[in-house]
Design a protein around this ligand. Structure first.
Ligand code: PRP
Ligand code: MN
Ligand code: MG
Length: 180
């Protein structure tokens, strides 16, 4: 599986350092706010587990599973909720944890939804921000890395369901995705 990677963009150590840095900021910003930290499955699972261990204030965790890509390389534009949150966001300070913002359609949909459900505040923490491909004007509040417009996988990010378990973010060899 590691053989399919052309280049490592962000190593496990790079990611650990950035999670520590963002965790400090989040700790300061959310002291006494009891945030509801929302993981967007499946992609954000690894980042969620690392970032919450760097947050030193009371918070609650919840999980939502949404998909806009399925197995396609291009976003379908419509975001499907596969599993909704367990708790209500009404009057809560919601902090969304994402692996990547690409076109912004997933996060725009969620920010609108949580606003509609009367969240007190909604902020976004993303490991990767691929700004070049934005079609919706979502602005993350906490960003790990600004990523170039390359086919990235690993650390939660998949290609056809694979590579999520890589401990780093890397660029997939073009021959892998051109085979399909
Ligand atoms: C990916 C990624 C983000 C979203 C970003 O999820 O994890 O959630 O796409 O793309 P966008 O900004 O263009 O909406 P995907 O739909 O592939 O589901 P997954 O997390 O289960 O892989
Ligand atoms: Mn996702
Ligand atoms: Mg995906």
């Amino acid at each position: 599986m590691n053989n399919d990677i052309e280049k490592i963009l962000y190593s496990a150590d790079d990611i650990h350092e950035v999670a520590k840095k963002l965790g400090k900021q989040i700790t300061a910003d959310y002291a006494d706010k009891n945030p509801l930290v929302v993981c967007i499955l499946k992609g954000a699972i690894l980042f969620m587990s690392d970032i919450v261990r760097q947050i030193d204030t009371y918070c609650e965790l919840d999980f939502m599973s949404v998909s806009s890509y399925g197995n396609a390389q291009v976003s379908s534009g419509s975001v499907k909720i596969i599993k909704d949150l367990d708790v209500s966001v009404e009057d809560r300070n919601v902090l969304i944890i994402e692996d990547i913002i690409d076109t912004g359609q997933t996060l725009q949909t969620l920010v609108d939804l949580f606003g509609h459900r009367k969240a007190k505040s909604v902020k976004i923490c993303t490991l990767l921000d691929k700004k070049e491909r934005r079609v919706k004007a979502v602005k993350p509040d906490y960003i790990g890395f600004k990523v170039p417009n390359e086919f990235v996988v690993g650390y939660g990010l998949d290609y056809l369901g694979h590579y999520r378990n890589l401990p780093y973010v890397g660029i997939l060899k073009p021959e892998i995705y051109s085979e399909n």
